[in-house]
Design a binder for this molecule. Sequence first.
Ligand SMILES: Nc1ncnc2c1ncn2[C@@H]1O[C@H](COP(=O)(O)OP(=O)(O)OP(=O)(O)O)[C@@H](O)[C@H]1O
Length: 876
Amino acid sequence: MSDSTAQQVMDIRAGLSHALGAAANALEAARYEYGRAVERRRRVVEAAQARRAKLAGALETRMAEIDHQHKTDLAAYAGAAAAAADRAAPGAAGDPWDDWQATPLDRAAELRVGRLLLPHPEDVPALVPLLDRGHVVVRGDRTLGDEVVAGLLLRALGTAPPGAVQLIGYDPEHLGGGLARFAPLAPANVLTFVGPGGLGALLDDLTDQVRRINETVLAGEYTSLRELNAATHRRPEPWRIAVLLGAGELSRAEQAQLQRLLRTGAACGVHLVIQGMPVAATDGVEFITAQPGDRARMSSAGALPVRLDPGPPQAVVAATCRRIAEAVAAGPAPVALDSLLPQVEWQESAATGLTAPLGDSPQGMPVPVTLSDYPPHALIAGPSGTGKTNLIYAWMGALAARYSPAELAFYLLDFKEGVSFARFAPGRRDQTWLPHVRLVGVNVNTDREFGLALLRFLGDELRRRADAAKRHEVTNLAELRAEDPQGSWPRIVAVIDEFQVLLSGRDAVEKEAVDLLEDLARRGRSQGIHLILASQDVSGIEALWGRPALVAQFSLRIALPRARRVLAEQNTAAESLPRYHAVVNADSGAVEANRVVRVPAAGDRERWNALQHRLWRRRPADLGPPRLFDGDVVPRLADSPDFRRLGPAEANPAPVVLLGETIDVEARSARTVLRRAPGRNLAVLGTRLEEACAVLATAALSLAAQFPKESARFSILCLDPDARPAAKALCETLPDCGWYEQENADWILEEAAAEAAASWPADRHHFLFIYAADALPGGKGAAEQLRTILRQGPERRIHVAGWWRGAGLLRDALGGPGSRTDAIGAWVALDVHGSELAPFYPGTGAPAWYPRPWRALHFDRSVHRGAEVIIPYGVA
Ligand SMILES: Nc1ncnc2c1ncn2[C@@H]1O[C@H](COP(=O)(O)OP(=O)(O)OP(=O)(O)O)[C@@H](O)[C@H]1O
């Protein structure tokens, strides 16, 4: 091998060796780098894993937190929704059926139909706004839909007072639906049905109702009944729910009416519950899709599933309907008297009239009633039991609460048996009185004279007012009050219940009563004297129709249900009035002036007393109790103001004899005066022993009260053993009283006759009381002596007060028929008929007197034109 070749081989070998070394180095370096890279990757992977684990932990914690928060929020929302639903649907609006009963609420509620299915166990009711809010359309499963409708209707009925929800059913295909089970409401007209073909008329009628309510009830003042109710707490219109069950196609007109009602009905309490009829979605309409399980839906709940409640059990529906029907048939519940009372009492001035509400109109507004120059007087009529007395109480309460006793005075007279006005005067159990009441007459049905007395009293007051008006040159009460602000000029309201009794006798009482009434009615209007005449009896009212001048003055007419003829002839509004309502007409019964009022219950003693006690506590200090005339009560001599005024006087030329109480407003005593003049004797006539003894005792006690001890002499001659106890008791009470009976009658007669025949007057009075003077013993002699005493005694200061048990017997004692009777100047007749009294009654004719228990007729020829009825005092 050549050198060059070897060199070349060497070079190549060196080259290769060098290259190999370099490659080994490179490999080494690469390996090193690789190792480092692997290490780096391992660390990165490890770090990534650790990070992922950390992140997963954080995620888990956060997720748990979010989940917890979500659950808490959901529970809170569900709880709040359930609570809100309970508030929106309290009581009967939302209670479950197994525990359900009607609970009338004071405002419209939303009604439960099922529950919302939330992902939460809380039971959140699904509510439907119906009453005062909107309408409901039920679609879907027909049978389930029926249950929904029945449930809605029952809840609506149960949340309102009976009668405040009225159902109108339209069911042309007799589907019955949810409506059929409410049939027990039909007799009370709470449910009415419209026949097939009647839909158009029904929709028209409902539209008319909406128009009427808008115009006359809301009257621009409120936008809805709901608003009116919130402002006034009244609900003048019922809710009307029309239930329309499947009708097929609606005509265009029907469609239009339906749309109108859907838009405007709810504000007026007119609502539609529609099933099986196509209705387009509109505001205020809730669509319920009835499906089983959780597939039901409601438009207001959006996509939330709803589970519908089952329908109400038939027994609950039936029982509720029955109760509602009964309550509606029984009429509306009474309204309380408080609704007539003002916020602040005694604020009104009666200068121009008296105005107070008598109750609410059907629209719920108070109906004011006025007594003034026009209308000045009122006529009230109502058959027995229709609430006439209650109406008078209510009116009086409303007036008495507004006007103080300085503005208003009541005079009350009740000719009905019973004591309905007695509550206004102090009684045994309740000592208070209504401060405005000045006079109460009760149990006066047999004492028509008391009515006359009241009218006379008012006549005098009328004259007093007219004179004052003349003095002040004014013409009516308002002007008089302005001219004489210090004077006491209250308006007077005189109420005469069952006034026809006063006008029914065809006698002197009737004649005078009519004259007085006419005068009072005509002239009282401007002098502030107002009459309220009430009667339950058509003939009472008819008694007035015969006197057109009188009846024309009574331009305020008030008719209770079924009252006839009190309004105008053609005005029959009272015939269809519901219970506790009245027609008030301030224009003599003209139909256009009819106003219907619902009268509150004022009869309730407790409520009345609350008012009376309150007003009584405020009464002016100088205002005493009213005079109570109770025809059933025997007045007591000791209570007589005239008796109390009597006192002893040294010289007493004209001793006064009291006899009994006159039937008048002032409780005066009937009296006769025993002057030294012929005829000044007193005869008591009749067989009634007790009353005769009472009159004689009154006479004796009143005489005794006028003489100092022993300055007058009393003798009692008692010829009737039955009268002995009373006569003896009297004798023991009198000072200086001699006692004589059958055995010694001749002594006193002889002595008194001699005294009477003497030529000089005695120095002191001698009063001879003879009980049963018709039973004188001793034949003609004694009779003659008595005649002498009667004829001549008075001028010698001897006066006889004798009791004869018949008018004829007195006649005999005076000498028989044809003899003069003027020795008896005064008499008191008990059970003696008027005709028998003719001889003792000057002029022609006899007094009209029909005896009645514990009443007597008194006549004193020296002062009377006619006889007067008196009530003997009880002296015991
Ligand atoms: N507005 C009313 N609200 C509630 N109850 C009433 C109302 N009006 C009358 N009543 C009740 O009806 C009954 C009869 O009433 P009231 O005595 O006033 O009738 P009347 O017409 O005066 O009858 P009578 O003439 O027979 O006495 C009473 O029990 C009374 O409480």
